[in-house]
Design a protein around this ligand. Structure first.
Ligand code: TEU
Length: 559
């Protein structure tokens, strides 16, 4: 694997709508991002991924784009975007936009023109098919629940939407559509964007013709069927190859793919020296609990599961390419609430979890608020939840026979809105996010968990994250942390996550105790310096034994 400039960086995801509102409309904006660049720089962030801020009806919070060439006025102007690019560059930071090209909004002019004339060339930008005896063309279900087909009023035809009906799928079979997409990508890259996070990209190739699948009888949402469809769809590789030659390669752009695959043989398609993206997210850990029925029926995850998933990914990817690590994003519950559900959720355990992520091999993406230990929101009813996916899940749960109360309780734990409540800046009204009414409720935990209270506290989660990012860039250890092999240690020990990072210059040992109790750990190799711990006291019993306090982690250098 060739070394690349971005391997040594730290990335951060901003969900603009919930980051910082400077206009008082209750919605975060690009000026808010500009205002916080120094905050991010001090956190050690180099690469910023902005979730979509293009004009959009926001049915799926901007993942439904109505115009690829502009900024939604609620988020600011193109001048703000240009300023953001300039200000980022001054600080040696890189901006990524979200590239949502599997679908657009039903309010995009392509779709409006298609609907106005089903024989027009724009109709060929989408998948429009005849119904079968008054029913949709086939039985595919969408990711967000219900049929993946929407009837076109006044006709017996349907259009395909693998996500919400306000997100019609674009027809990648059509070279004209592909050219439109390439033109748009190059336009953004010419502007000085460093690259993209590429949304839902596994979906661009459909299994054609549109035949029905046999559903498992208790299947509530589209995921399994879509997964099966993806297995049958053959053109992902071909499309991505063409896409990259026409766009990314010409600009040496950095790209991170939202790729869902558990097939090792597919990895080189996406990453590595000949992969179509620079990197892709590791979703192994975060997807662990999801059941066949969807998120509402997810199984709990333990620290042992988290550890095993991380090690599994490392073994699978190995030197095939360089992955990106996450513990949360805008589609998931908060990492602390999810991965620490069997632990005490406190500053120590949050620092421990962060250490495991940032010491893994991979480009770490920190999601806004993760660095201060934001937690899930204790929503009290469905009326407080805005996300269309959660609303779909709730319906799925009701349809499966759950009571309203049980359905709500199941959905709220995994709701995407847990990650979408406003960023917690201080303990003033609305947590300093807005002077207006926030578009989504502020998590009441903000009184305790906020940037202001942590910034000057040497022991805060925030300052610990700063130490972690600094360690990744420390000349003495950088090569080992970025490139060193991950070698699991004592992997059968319950509630312990332990691994070596074997580099050319040195070997590090990372130990994390996920237990409420003290843990004594045998050291098979003599360790010298304690490089970093989330606790002041590091207690070696003797040369070959160390005692870890509850939720303690340490990073040691092997002698
Ligand atoms: O997510 C793609 C995706 O597969 C999601 O369905 C994911 O499994 C789900 O959100 C979990 O609840 C991307 C975006 O990240 C997401 O926010 C969008 O809603 C989706 O694409 C459609 O653009």
């Amino acid at each position: 694997m060739k070394k690349k400039w971005w391997h040594e960086k730290v990335a951060y995801q901003i969900y603009p709508k919930s980051f910082l509102d400077t206009k008082g409309n209750g919605i975060g904006d690009l000026r808010g991002v500009i205002n916080k660049l120094d905050y991010l720089k001090e956190l050690g962030v180099d690469i910023i991924w902005l979730s979509p801020c293009y004009p959009s009806p926001l049915a799926d919070q901007g993942y439904d784009i109505a115009d690829y060439y502009d900024i939604d006025p609620r988020f600011g102007t193109m001048a703000d975007m240009d300023e953001l690019l300039v200000e980022a560059k001054k600080r040696n930071m890189y901006i990524l936009m979200d590239l949502v090209i599997n679908h657009c909004s039903d309010e995009h002019e392509w779709f409006k023109k298609a609907m106005a004339d089903l024989d027009s060339e724009y109709a060929k930008y989408f998948f429009i098919e005849d119904g079968v005896n008054g029913n949709p063309p086939n039985n595919w279900r969408s990711y967000f629940g219900g049929s993946a087909w929407e009837k076109i009023e006044g006709t017996d035809k349907y259009y395909l939407h693998l996500f919400h009906k306000k997100q019609p799928d674009l027809n990648w079979e059509n070279p004209k559509l592909r050219d439109e997409i390439y033109k748009m990508i190059n336009w953004w890259l010419d502007k000085g964007l460093a690259g993209f996070r590429v949304d839902a990209i596994m979906n661009i190739s459909k299994a054609l013709p549109f035949t029905s699948y046999n559903y498992p009888p208790d299947r509530e949402d589209g995921t399994v069927i879509c997964a099966k469809m993806l297995g049958d769809a053959k053109n992902v590789d071909t499309y991505l190859h063409e896409l990259r030659l026409h766009t990314f390669d010409k600009h040496d752009a950095f790209t991170v793919g939202e790729v869902f695959t558990d097939r090792t043989e597919d990895i080189p398609i996406f990453i590595g020296d000949d992969g179509h993206f620079s990197t892709m997210f590791d979703f192994n850990e975060v997807g662990f609990g999801k059941s066949d029925k969807g998120w509402y029926a997810a199984k709990p995850i333990t620290p042992d599961d988290y550890r095993n998933c991380c090690f599994e990914t490392q073994a699978r990817v190995n030197d095939l390419g360089y992955i990106s690590t996450i513990i949360e994003n805008h589609d998931l519950p908060r990492g602390a609430s999810y991965f620490l559900q069997t632990c005490d959720i406190n500053d120590d355990s949050k620092k421990l979890l962060g250490t495991m992520q940032l010491m893994m091999k991979g480009l770490p993406f920190i999601y806004q608020g993760q660095e201060i230990g934001m937690e899930n929101c204790d929503f009290t009813g469905m009326e407080e939840i805005d996300d269309i996916s959660s609303i779909g899940e709730y319906q799925n749960a009701l349809d499966a026979g759950l009571s309203k109360e049980d359905a709500f309780n199941a959905v709220k734990k995994f709701s995407r809105d847990n990650a979408r409540t406003p960023m917690q800046w201080d303990d003033s009204d609305n947590t300093g996010f807005t002077t207006g009414t926030p578009w989504l409720m502020v998590n009441p935990k903000y009184k305790k968990i906020n940037v202001k209270s942590q910034i000057d506290d040497e022991n805060s989660v925030l300052n610990y994250y700063r130490k972690l990012t600094a360690l990744r860039k420390n000349e003495a250890y950088k090569d080992t942390i970025v490139y060193g092999e991950v070698v699991p240690y004592l992997e059968n020990e319950h509630n312990l996550m332990a691994f070596y990072r074997e580099g050319e210059k040195q070997t590090l040992l990372v130990l994390g105790n996920f237990e409420k109790e003290e843990k004594t750990v045998k050291l098979e190799k003599k360790c010298k310096t304690n490089i970093l711990s989330n606790m002041k006291k590091v207690e070696f019993v003797n040369d070959s034994t160390i005692k870890l306090s509850p939720y303690q982690c340490v990073i040691l250098e092997v002698e």
